[in-house]
Design a protein around this ligand. Sequence first.
Ligand SMILES: C[S@@+](CC[C@H](N)C(=O)[O-])C[C@H]1O[C@@H](n2cnc3c(N)ncnc32)[C@H](O)[C@@H]1O
Length: 202
Amino acid sequence: MNTALPCAAASERNKEPILEQLRRFLPADADVLEIASGTGQHVAHFAAALPGTSWQPTDYEFDNLIPIATRCDQSGLRNVHDPLQLDVHATPWPVPDHFDALVCINMIHIAPWSATPALFAGAKQVLREDGPKLIVLYGPYREGGRHTSPSNEQFDASLKSRNPNWGVRDLDEVGAEAAAQGFRRIALERLPANNLLLVFAG
Ligand SMILES: C[S@@+](CC[C@H](N)C(=O)[O-])C[C@H]1O[C@@H](n2cnc3c(N)ncnc32)[C@H](O)[C@@H]1O
C-alpha cells in the first residue's frame, strides 16, 4: 500500500506545462540537479516522463528528503538518486560537479535575495565544463520593476507579510546575477498563471 505523501496543488497543476518545456530544452540523456525539490512531485513526474535522463533531487529542509525518496520509490523510478540536503548558500554545494542542467522551481521568491546569486554561483561550480550548462528556473517574476498581474502583486504582498526578505523577483535583476556568473538567458516561456520559465546557458 502506498504511504500518504505531502502533495502541493500548484505542483500538480504546473508539472505538465513545465515538462513540455523540459522536453524542448534538456538533452535526452541529461544528468539533472534539482534544487528545492519540495514534495518531490516534480522530480517524480519528470524522471518518469524522461527515462533517458537522470535526476538528483535536493532540498534545504531535511524533513522533505524522506517524502521525496518515498515518492520516487513508490513510482518505481530507477533514474532518481537518493535526495540530498542542500542550502544554496552552502559553499561548496554537497553534490558532485558533473551535471548537464539544473532545475529550480518556485524557490527564489520564497528565500532571501541572497539565494539568487548563490544559486548561480553554485550552478557554475556543479555544471560540467563540457556540457550544455543549462539552468531552468520557473516561477513568478516582475518585469521592468512591475508586477505582470494583480494576482502576482497580491502573492508578493503575502510573501512579504510572511517574511520581509521574500518576494517576487525582477527578471532583469535575476538576469544580472546570471550574467555575473557567465550565464546568458536563451529562452523565456510564458506559462499558465502568470509564471515564467527561464532557461540560461553557460
Ligand atoms: C514553494 S517550495 C517549492 C518546492 C517545489 N520546487 C515545488 O515547486 O513544489 C520552496 C522550496 O524552496 C526550498 N528552499 C528554501 N530556501 C532554500 C535554500 N536556501 N536552498 C535550497 N532550497 C531552499 C524550501 O525547502 C522549499 O522546498
